[in-house]
Structure formats: structure tokens, C-alpha cells
Design a protein around this ligand. Structure first.
Ligand code: OXD
Ligand code: MN
Length: 550
């Protein structure tokens, strides 16, 4: 790859066994417009997915794939997703003509003989990928849930081409999960250790590039001695019910393919330490000493090449030096605070589920749902600002229910019903929370410092689950009292905390109206339980005048 110009070797002393890859500029993010769910019947996929009839998709793709690998090397990548020996793990095989994809897959999944051993005569997901000619007008990422097949052409970008990730672990797995009674979710999984040594496991669904990796790899702030966060997953969770009806989560992946910009020794020293060896960087900038650079990492070096390899001068060159969606791919085993439970074949027991995303206004820093159905409504109503992880405009508000809009492989109304079905199947339902670390003040600055300080929010969530932390009952749900959130040593003015926790009832009525329109667009299959929850929330907002402390 170095000889062919696909990779640039980085400084061996400072970044041993690390490489830089520069993508074609038209291929730097997930291509949602080129992503299709292919079934016989359009109703299967609903209005939030692109649909193609499976016959038509087969015919189209077979033609486009014809001879596409001539003169290239084809890599055959058998992989296991999940801990070896876990009943929840799955096998897939990806064929690709991209050495870059093969090298990334080797980090992101357990590949090789281990997959054949796990197979034991069972089925596997089939993935066919070709770089093609990177023609965006003939780019297709097609999923065939009925055949457990993915075909991806004309993109080498991670989310489009590492077929174990979004294609298998989420789009196809979500269909299997519905049919078999489990959940395949766009969620981080972490263990939060308190000063008594008790670890509480939580999952968190946030849209792409909204802080999941940072939250899962958070280093506690100085003022939270005795606390720690153990990572199990930064992106995907497969959640099964155990024999006692408890939610148990595993991470199907073995590596991180995560956003680089804004990661620094200050914001996340644990990630900085992890990526210092055996890492593939994609579309970051390059310093003259052959070390990677991105916006937010610190001082500009004197000389820099941008993500396209052009000389870049601070204050003079247009755009950013690193692409906003530039990434690192690193093995999870290099992470110092990896949970000892990461490989537990039964997964970890989940006490709380968090929904979140970027909202510069409206959504309080944290609040708790009243019950499961209300929590499912909270997830279904998730409306967030778009990020650079998908091609298209950034910062536009869109409905992204459960952070699964781009990843749910079937009708989203049906998906909500699947979530609701856990009410009767589990006697140990996790509590559901929503968080928003991106609320801004009138001056356009973030009110909350985020990063390591997010542990203050996680602590409140853990303490709510233990029945310890105080809250105020608002129409929206349980919101912390300023004192229950306050953690000794935290240096944030009380007025800022008040603003972060404020529930703006008028603005919420507008939000509910846009949720109503979204739900209406989902057709007749949309749950009556969620309609009732929405109207209860409307009534609470209309009627409320004061809040009750609970
Ligand atoms: C990702 C994404 O890369 O969500 O994880 O786009
Ligand atoms: Mn993701």
C-alpha cells in the first residue's frame, strides 16, 4: 500500500506502525442517498429508508460488478462479531478488492480462522465490496435482509465499505433482532465505577459524530476521585434478554473507527494515548515531522499538509486542514480502560439507556423518563443537528429516532413497536434518560464544558438508578435539582446549571408539533401507545405551572 501510494507511513518513533490514508475527495463520509434496503415489498422499509426491489437491485449490481476486480487482488475476510464463544456472536465474510478496507477490517473485527471455527456449519452474512472506480453516480450500498447479503460498490469510506460495521452490525442485524426478539443499536456501552467500586453498566444512543467515542473513553476529571469509566463499545450494542429478563449488551466490534478532530490531551488524553501506535488515520492533516494533525489537537505546526495533501497555512488557506470527518482506526485492545467484561460471552447487565445528540437549544442537560413507554417516546422524538459523518449539509435539524435513522433496516414504526414489546417481556427494564451536552447560551457558546465533565451527568444517572439522587418532576420528565447534579470541585456557576436544566414549555410545544408531523408521516403502523404518550406529554406541558420535587 505504501508503494502504491494508498498509505503514507508516519513517524516511526512518535507513531510506531501508524499510517495515513487520503481518500478521494468525493468519498469522505457515509452516502445515505446511495444506501438502499432491498426487499420484495416496499412496505418493509418504510419512509425513512431508500428502497429498491431486490430483483432490480440484483440485476443492476451484478451488471455494475461485472469484471470490476479484473487485475486486482481479491481479499476474502471471514470475521466474527462479538466475543468468541458467545451465543450472541455472528460470522460474516466480506470479499473486497480494497487493501485499505482489508487492513481496516482486521482492526475492526476478529478475522481469519477464528471466524471459521465459530461458524461450525451455521450461517453467515455475505458481503461483497468493490472500490469500483469510486464513481459517486454509480455508488450503491445495498442490503438484502432476506438473503443476509450486502453489496457495496464505488466507495471505500468506512461506513460504506467496512461491511461488518453499519451494514451487518446494524442494518441487517436490526432485522434479525426484530425477528428474534433482541436489539441491534447505534449505542455505546460503558461501565461506570463509583468510589465504592460498584460498576453500573449503561448504553447510550447518539447520532454519528455526536460524542459517543468521547463519552465511552472519558477520563474522570480531577474532582471526581474514585470514579472511572470502563469502555465496552463506542458505537454499536447488541442487546439480548437473559433468562431473568435483564438486558445484556455485547459489542460486536473489536476496534474504533472514530472522528479525530477536537481530540486532544486536554479533551481526551486516553484516546490520544491509544492512537499513538498501530493506527490507520484517514483524512487528517500531516505535519512536517510526519505526525498526524487535526483541528483541536493543539498548536499549528509551522508546516502542514491538509487532508488532500496540499500545503496548508493557518489564517491563509481555506477550509480546515483535517477533514471534519477525518478518522482513526485502532484496535480496542490498545485502550487502557477497556472493561474486563468486554469479552464476557453473556454481555453486561444494562441498568440505564441514554438518548442524546446535538441540540444547541431546547433539550436540558439531562432528564429521566417517567416509564418505559415515555422513554421510548423520548427516543422516537430524537431530533438532532446533522454532522459531517454523512454527506450533506451539517447542522440541520432532522429526526433521528434512537440515533437509528440511517441504520434501521426496516420500517421505523415497526421498530418502535419492537422497542415497546420489551415492556411485557422484561421485568427488569432499564431506566431511560436523555442528555444534551451541546446547549448554547445567548453568546453562542456551549454552556456545558462536556468531555470529562460529562461524568457529572453520568453520576446523576447512576445515582437515580440507585434511588439516591433528587429530581424535579417537570412535564418533560424528571430533571435534576441543581444541588443533586452539583459535584464538589466542579467549577460551573449555579446560574449556568439552572439554564442548562431549564424546560422551555413554549419551545417544547413547537418541538412536539414537529414530532407529531414526523409520526404522522410514518403511516398507520405508528403505535397508538406512542400517540397516547405524545398527547399525555402535550397535556402535561399545557397544564403545568410549577414543578414538584421528588
Ligand atoms: C460511524 C457513523 O462511523 O455513525 O460510526 O457514521
Ligand atoms: Mn456510528
Amino acid at each position: 500500500m505504501i508503494a502504491d501510494g494508498i498509505l503514507i507511513k508516519l513517524n516511526e518513533e512518535k507513531y510506531p506502525n501508524c499510517y495515513l490514508h487520503r481518500s478521494d475527495p468525493n468519498d469522505v463520509a457515509r452516502s445515505e442517498e446511495a444506501t438502499f434496503i432491498c426487499t420484495e415489498n416496499r412496505d418493509h422499509v418504510g419512509p425513512t429508508n431508500n428502497w429498491m426491489a431486490s430483483d432490480e437491485a440484483h440485476a443492476k449490481l451484478l451488471k455494475l460488478f461485472d469484471s470490476c476486480m479484473i487485475g486486482r487482488t481479491m481479499y476474502v475476510i471471514p470475521y466474527v462479531l462479538g466475543p468468541v464463544n458467545s451465543p450472541y456472536s455472528q460470522v460474516g465474510v466480506e470479499l473486497t478488492d480494497s487493501p485499505y478496507v482489508a487492513a481496516n477490517m482486521r482492526i475492526m473485527a476478529k478475522v481469519g480462522k477464528v471466524a471459521l471455527e465459530h461458524l461450525k456449519g451455521g450461517g453467515f452474512v455475505k458481503g461483497v465490496h468493490s472500490t469500483g472506480v469510486l464513481d459517486p453516480s454509480n455508488r450503491y450500498i445495498c442490503h438484502f435482509p432476506d438473503e443476509k447479503l450486502v453489496m457495496s460498490l464505488n466507495s471505500n469510506y468506512g461506513g460504506n465499505a467496512l461491511l461488518s460495521k453499519k451494514c451487518h452490525s446494524l442494518r441487517l442485524a436490526s432485522v434479525m433482532a426484530r425477528d428474534e426478539g433482541w436489539l441491534a443499536e447505534h449505542m455505546l456501552v460503558i461501565g461506570i465505577e463509583d468510589p465504592d467500586g460498584k460498576v453500573t453498566y449503561v448504553t447510550g444512543a447518539f447520532p454519528s459524530a455526536s460524542g459517543k467515542t468521547n463519552l465511552s473513553m472519558l477520563k474522570p476529571p480531577e474532582y471526581m476521585k474514585g470514579w472511572n469509566v470502563w469502555a465496552i463499545s463506542d458505537d454499536i450494542a447488541w442487546i439480548h434478554l437473559d433468562s431473568e429478563g435483564r438486558f445484556r449488551a455485547i459489542n460486536p466490534e473489536s476496534g474504533f473507527f472514530a472522528v479525530a478532530p477536537n481530540t486532544s490531551l486536554e479533551t481526551n488524553p486516553r484516546i490520544m494515548e491509544m492512537v499513538k501506535k498501530n493506527t490507520i488515520f484517514t483524512n487528517v492533516a500531516l505535519s512536517s515531522d510526519k505526525t498526524p494533525w487535526w483541528e483541536g489537537i493543539g498548536e499549528h505546526p509551522r508546516k502542514l499538509w491538509d487532508w488532500q495533501g496540499k500545503v496548508w497555512t493557518a489564517g491563509k488557506s481555506a477550509g480546515s486542514a483535517a477533514h471534519p470527518n477525518s478518522r482513526f482506526t485502532t484496535s480496542i485492545h490498545q485502550y487502557a480502560s477497556l472493561s474486563p467484561e468486554y469479552n464476557n460471552p453473556n454481555g453486561v447487565p444494562i441498568t440505564a439507556i441514554i438518548f442524546g445528540g446535538r441540540r444547541s437549544e431546547l433539550v436540558p442537560l439531562v432528564y429521566e423518563s417517567f416509564n418505559w413507554e415515555h422513554g421510548v417516546l423520548m427516543g422516537a422524538m430524537l431530533r438532532v443537528e446533522t454532522t459531517a459523518a454523512a454527506a450533506g449539509e451539517v447542522g440541520v435539524l432532522r429526526n433521528d429516532p434512537m440515533a437509528m435513522k440511517p441504520f434501521c433496516g426496516y420500517h421505523i414504526a415497526d421498530y418502535f413497536n419492537h422497542w415497546l414489546s420489551f415492556r411485557s417481556r422484561s421485568g427488569k427494564l432499564p431506566k431511560i434518560f436523555q442528555i444534551n451536552a451541546f446547549r448554547m447560551g445567548r453568546d453562542g457558546r456551549f454552556l456545558w464544558p462536556g468531555y470529562s465533565h460529562n461524568l457529572v451527568v453520568l453520576k446523576w444517572i447512576v445515582e437515580r438508578c440507585m434511588g439516591k439522587a433528587e429530581a424535579v418532576e417537570t412535564p418533560l420528565g424528571y430533571v435534576p435539582t441543581a444541588t443533586s447534579l452539583y459535584t464538589e470541585g466542579m467549577n460551573i456557576p449555579e446560574t449556568t446549571i439552572d439554564e442548562l436544566l431549564r424546560v422551555d414549555k413554549v419551545a417544547w410545544m413547537d418541538e412536539l408539533e414537529s414530532s407529531r408531523l414526523f409520526f404522522e408521516s410514518l403511516g398507520e403502523g405508528f403505535s397508538t401507545v406512542l400517540w397516547q404518550e405524545l398527547s399525555k406529554l402535550m397535556d402535561r406541558l399545557r397544564e403545568s405551572s410549577s414543578a414538584n420535587r421528588v
